[in-house]
Design a protein around this ligand. Structure first.
Ligand code: GDP
Ligand code: MG
Length: 441
């Protein structure tokens, strides 16, 4: 991952009492390579390195006590800048009606995001209305109607032969008369950018004057997302972007380039297919931390507060900090994990856990493997769960029998858990506040 590569770029700096200019240049060359490999735009990467270099030279890292950390801090601050600096929210009109227009290519996630936004605003006490302006595929209208049913938000639709400009306009009128305060327009997309689509979107814009035109981008498409963003901004004018599928592998690259190339902020990110909890506010500093894999406990706790027993999670976070995370805690988290979204997205938020993602990628949460893990832990005595050191051969055999698995399954799980615990212990006592830099070890 980009995080691993960036970390290894700093490895050579670590432990050095003094840094030379060529030490820094060596590290920055690797950082540059890592950024390019993560699909960061060439010019963005080049400017990024130039900024970091300039700052590093200015900050007298050479004489400082922990030069590697100073350089990492500079990289982190610059990443945050690149991602937009401060958080940028969706602006709602202070008086009356807000119109949000979602645009983007086919498959980017517009319709799904429309449903997620509707639910998010509804939970905040608003009265949203969804409008089906993608009239070219009958299935698109149906898809939005299903989302409307699931979120209990009304969907405005007209027959497929009606001009989307009229639909948008009538939807806003209808929202007014039914005392709805937010209209979310789900518009049509194409596989590639074409002038006909742009003209249609411009006409909708001119008709209903949306407060927010948000471009929905598939983060998995890397540089294509950046090209798309540029084209939509030039041809239509956008107020910000929503990056979807950030739960996929390709995170980082697109996010890092889009703000710089368009000058428009990333406002939200899609982190799962789920309507509830699948959309998050975008925090540049947290994202920078996640890319550097310094962990993002704040987002984790926020997600938890929305979706699950927050106390248990805070407790877990505290235990992770203290290096006291036991199999019991592990079991409890596993059971709640489904509510949070993918296992991977949770791991991404835990400090130092990024490297386990590949290893755990294939675990199917509803599948056999997790049931095995649950069964294994449940077959242990409380003492064994708290102190895995006592698990000798005969105990493992008893557990395997009890759980109905092979002893190798028990051993494998114990190994995974031990590695996880080791990493957690390493984080012990280190600062988790994303605004401060933790030690990388
Ligand atoms: P549209 O053509 O732009 O309206 O795209 P859709 O909303 O139909 O989404 C295309 C596909 O991407 C669907 O299968 C969605 O479930 C999926 N999708 C959208 N957003 C996300 C996300 O944030 N994470 C994941 N994993 N899938 C997403
Ligand atoms: Mg759609």
């Amino acid at each position: 991952s980009l995080g691993d590569k960036l970390q290894s770029a700093f490895k050579d700096l670590r432990g050095k009492g003094k840094l030379s200019e060529s030490d820094i240049d060596g590290a920055l060359r690797e950082v540059r390579r890592a950024l390019l490999e993560a699909d960061v735009n060439f010019k963005v990467a080049k400017d990024f390195i130039a900024h970091v270099r300039e700052k590093a030279m200015g900050e007298e890292v050479f004489g400082s006590l922990k030069p590697d950390q100073t350089v990492i801090k500079i990289v982190r601050d610059e990443l945050t800048e690149l991602l937009g600096g401060t958080q940028s929210k969706i602006t709602l009109s202070s008086t009356g009606m807000t119109v949000i227009m979602l645009v983007g290519l086919q498959g980017a996630g517009k319709t799904t995001t429309a449903g997620k936004l509707a639910l998010m605003f509804k939970k905040k006490g608003h009265r949203p209305l969804l409008a089906a302006c993608d009239v070219y595929r009958p299935a698109a209208i149906k898809q939005l109607e299903v989302l409307g049913q699931q979120t209990d938000v009304p969907v405005y639709r007209m027959p497929p032969n009606v001009d989307p400009v009229h639909i948008a306009s009538y939807a806003v009128d209808t929202a007014r008369s039914y005392n709805r305060d937010i209209v979310i327009l789900d518009t049509a997309g194409r596989l590639t950018i074409d002038e006909k689509l742009m003209a249609e979107l411009r006409n909708i814009k001119a008709e209903v004057h949306p407060q927010e035109i948000l471009l929905v981008l598939d983060s998995m498409t890397g540089q294509d997302a950046v090209t798309t963003a540029k084209a939509f901004d030039e041809n239509l004018g956008i107020d910000g972007t929503i990056l979807t599928k950030m739960d996929g592998d390709a995170r980082g690259g697109a996010a890092l380039s889009i703000k710089t190339v368009t000058g428009k902020p990333i406002k939200m990110i899609g982190v799962s297919e789920k309507l509830d909890g699948g959309l998050e506010d975008f925090h540049p500093d947290r994202m920078a931390g996640r890319i550097l894999d310094l962990g993002d406990l704040e987002t984790l706790i926020e997600t938890a507060q929305r979706n699950m027993d927050a106390e248990s999670l805070k407790d877990a976070a505290g235990k992770i900090r203290k290096g006291e995370f036991t199999l019991d805690d592990f079991l409890r988290q596993l059971k709640q994990v489904r509510k949070l979204g993918s296992f991977q997205s949770i791991l991404g938020m835990l400090p130092g856990m990024g490297k386990f993602k590949d290893q755990l990628k294939d675990i199917d949460l509803d599948g056999k493997e997790v049931k095995h893990i649950e069964a294994i832990i449940l077959s242990m005595t409380p003492a064994e769960r708290t102190n895995v050191k006592i698990l000798n051969g005969s105990r493992r055999k008893r557990i395997a029998n009890g759980a109905g698995v092979k002893i190798q399954d028990v051993n494998r799980m114990m190994k995974q858990f031990a590695e996880m615990q080791k990493t957690m212990k390493k984080m012990r006592g280190k600062k988790m506040n994303p605004s401060k830099l933790g030690n990388l070890s």
